[in-house]
Each structure stands twice: as C-alpha cells, then as structure tokens.
Design a protein around this ligand. Structure first.
Ligand SMILES: CC(C)(COP(=O)(O)OP(=O)(O)OC[C@H]1O[C@@H](n2cnc3c(N)ncnc32)[C@H](O)[C@@H]1OP(=O)(O)O)[C@@H](O)C(=O)NCCC(=O)NCCS
Length: 418
C-alpha cells in the first residue's frame, strides 16, 4: 500500500479544512451529501465532547491531470473511550465510529490497518474492550468482534385503544426537548449503572434528543415531543421522545428510557393513548419489557425485526473478566483463540461472591474463539449453544461449567447506537 499513507487529524474548534475533509469523506462513505456549515458545527461539538480521535488514510498519488486531493481521506476511522456495563461498574471501552473506505480503495487492507492500529493503541493503553455497531455482519468478526446485544423492533397497534390488565397511575408530563435534557441524562445514568449491556451514549444523543440537530435531515429536529414519567416521590424515572407522522398516523419513538418495568409500562400506556394515531413504532424493545404481558391482546405487538446491535471485542481477558458482574459461583478453565493476539491465552476463572479471580495457565481443554467470548461475556448466549455453533470446543463437562458460570438472568440490553 505504498500509494496510501496513514495519519490522524487534530480536533480543533472551529473545524479545520482537514476535519471538514474527514467528515465529508465519512459522509461520502455512507452515501450522504457533504456537510453544511451548521452540520459541521454540531459535529465538532459532538466529537469534542467525547474526545474523539480521527484517523485517516490518504492517497499519495492522483490520476494524471487530476489535482491531488491531499486533504481528502480515502479511509476514515473515529474512536473514543466510553464505557459498557458488563453487569457491575461500567468498563472502559474503545468505541469505533465512522469506518469508511472510498470505493476506489476498497479491499486493499485500509480498514485492516486502521483497525489494527486502533486496537493496538487501546490494548497498550489498558482499555479492556472495544465496541462498534456494524453496517454488515460480515465485516468485523475477522477483527475479533462478536455480537454483544441484539435489538428487537416492534409496532404497537393503538386503534382501537389497547386494553391493559392493569393501568399504571398516569404521572406523565410533557416537557420541551431542551428542558428535558438534564432529566434524560439523569434517567440514562441510572439505566447505564444498572443494566447489563448498556453502552454509554456519545454526545450525538444530546444533540438529537434536545431537538438541536437532525443530521439525516440537515436541520433542527422537527416535531420532537418528550414525555416524562415520575415515580410516587416525584422523581423522574422514565422519558420517551417521539415524533408524530401524519402521513401514516403513527408515533415514531426516537428514544424510550425507563429505569424499571413499572416506568416502562407507564410510558407505553401513555403512548397507547395518544389521539389520532393508529400505531406506535419503536425499534429497540427491552428484552424484559412488560408490554406484551400487560396487554389483554398481546398480538397488538408485532415484531418488525430482530438484528445484531452492538458488537464487542475483548482486548484484555483478565481485566474484562474481573470487571464483569457474575451471578453464579464456580471455577472454569479455558483458552481463547485470537488471530490478532490481544486476547490469546489460557486462564482459570474462579468466581465467589460475584467477583472473579483470573489466573493464567499454560493451556486448557476448552477453547473459546475470541468472537464467542464477546457474546458469552455479555450474557447474550449460552456456551453450549456456541459450542454447537462451532465457536467453542472441548469436553462436554468443561463447556457445561462455562455455560453455568457465564449465564445471566436477563439478556444484555443497549439503548445506544453509534
Ligand atoms: C467495510 C469497509 C470499511 C471495508 O474497508 P476495506 O478497506 O475495503 O477493508 P480491508 O481491505 O481492510 O479488508 C480487510 C478484510 O475484510 C474483508 N472485508 C472488508 N469488507 C468486507 C465486507 N463488507 N464483507 C465481508 N468482508 C469484508 C476483506 O476481504 C479483507 O479480508 P482478508 O483480510 O481476508 O483479505 C468498506 O467496504 C466501506 O467503506 N464500506 C461502506 C461503509 C461501511 O459500510 N462502513 C462500515 C460501517 S460499520
């Protein structure tokens, strides 16, 4: 790849020409138009808030007769350190954003180089996890990422008005999106601290949910409504942000935060009672949602899709495992196979009182592929299922022990895409 050089772009405010070129290259990769000045201003605010690093690949030569676009990247790669809840205190994780390679430079190892460099830096800096969301499910397994959380989209039919087994006391108030900012941050912080699978939100959520800017529409968010639910003491415990779509008489939920099932049901009963609407659409129902169970007609809820949502890569096995919240006691021995090397090794993991002690070994009979470790780590899938799938190998009793130790009562759930 002598015709490509790699560099990072310093983040300054206002945006430098190199930053604008980086952002436009990313938008080109995702099929969007170049950024307007307003879009760029919001973007700089968003990336500065999370201290995002911008890496880029540049072509070193141009077609004859074509001015060399020295500042237009042919590859982009954003990264920042945020955190993931793995069942205990949030664990630092390198989030990967804005991965694009220009059509003219595909399949020449540009992504491979950008990803390898970023993961190597994170590993060196002691960040135990990396995370991303994927446009295609075939891209990131080769870099050690496995599915961490799934997302289930649903539609609730609300005409005629749904009947419920039980009505929650309606302590709801409508608040302007900008005024709801602090409330939403507080409610999200409670969710992030208590929900296995929760990913900390980048600042783009604040920008969109405050109504300030819709990057897809290149304008402030039109018609965004926010309703807040409070508990019996008056403290906010649920926030739903939505827009009404006149064309198909629907409510499109843009964000639904509830600290527990009681608050979530209150939000659904509110949504189900909005006038002039036939259906409510939400693309990320909680796996522990009471919605279908509370309806006298559970078929009012239809599933519109289930897909992989966040992907995880374990970079430091002992650090990741000791930071995980454990629900069962026990001891297992296993090795991890990692073609990139970061997580390669063998360990004995002994859990007592929800805390793991991790000791290195020379070898172990059970072998776990690093991508499978990601899904196991988050409690998304049982070790025995991954063994049938060919991602874990070893004697049956060792796989059973692994399954028992990693099993969690509820599946992981993330309310954050990036
Ligand atoms: C996905 C994308 C970033 C890949 O970039 P790239 O520079 O062509 O990837 P590389 O050349 O480094 O490929 C590394 C490996 O991944 C494979 N690979 C790359 N993209 C792939 C894809 N979409 N599906 C399956 N395999 C893929 C390559 O074949 C290569 O395999 P190898 O190491 O066995 O030879 C690029 O195609 C792109 O920009 N797509 C559009 C935007 C997008 O979807 N971005 C991802 C957002 S999550």
């Amino acid at each position: 790849m002598s015709d490509v050089r790699f560099d990072s772009v310093p983040v300054v405010d206002p945006a430098s020409p190199a930053m604008r070129a980086w952002q436009d290259a990313t938008r080109l990769g995702f099929g969007m138009a170049d950024a307007s000045d307003d879009a760029l201003t919001h973007w700089v605010r968003d990336i500065s808030a999370i201290d995002m690093r911008l890496d880029a690949a540049y072509a070193t030569s141009a077609l004859p007769g074509v001015t060399a676009e020295w500042d237009a990247p042919v590859g982009t790669f954003g990264s920042a350190c945020l955190s993931i809840n793995a069942g205990a205190a949030p664990v630092p994780a390198l989030y990967v954003f804005d991965v694009t390679v220009r059509t003219t430079h595909r399949r020449r190892g540009v992504l491979k180089r950008l990803m390898t460099d970023a993961l190597t830096r994170a590993h060196r800096d002691g960040i135990p996890l990396a995370a991303l969301t994927a446009s295609e499910a075939t891209i990131y397994g080769r870099f050690g990422f496995g599915i961490a959380t799934r997302r289930r989209g649903v539609t609730l039919t609300t005409l005629p008005a749904p009947a419920w087994h039980r009505e929650v006391e309606p302590r709801m108030a409508l608040v302007s999106p900008a005024d709801a900012l602090t409330i939403r941050d507080e409610v999200f912080a409670r969710i992030h601290a208590s929900t296995r699978g929760s990913h900390l939100r980048p600042h783009t959520y604040t920008t969109f949910l405050s109504g300030a800017w819709d990057d897809d529409k290149e304008a402030p968010v039109a018609g965004l409504r926010v309703a807040v639910h409070t508990d019996a003491e008056g403290a906010p415990d649920g926030v739903v942000s939505y827009v009404m779509n006149e064309a198909d008489e629907s409510v499109q939920v843009r964000d639904l935060l509830a600290v527990d099932a009681e608050a979530e049901l209150a939000l659904w009963q509110f949504l189900g009672s909005i006038d002039l609407v036939k259906k409510v659409i939400w693309r990320n129902l909680s796996p522990t949602s009471p919605l279908e169970w509370a309806l006298t007609d559970p078929r009012r809820v239809t599933t519109t899709g289930v897909e992989d949502f966040t992907w995880l890569r374990v970079l430091d096995v002992p650090a990741a495992l000791t930071a995980r919240g454990w629900e069962a006691d026990g001891s297992v021995e296993f090795s991890v196979t990692d073609p990139m090397g970061f997580a390669e090794g063998a360990w004995r993991v002994t859990v007592a009182d929800h805390t793991a002690d991790v000791t290195p070994l020379d070898a172990a009979a059970v072998r776990v592929d690093v991508t499978a470790l990601a899904s196991l780590y988050m409690g998304l899938v049982d070790a025995s299922t991954l063994a049938v799938a060919g991602l874990i190998e070893g004697p049956a009793n060792g796989i059973d022990a692994l399954a028992r130790l990693f099993r969690t009562a509820v599946p992981p759930y993330s309310l954050t895409g990036f």
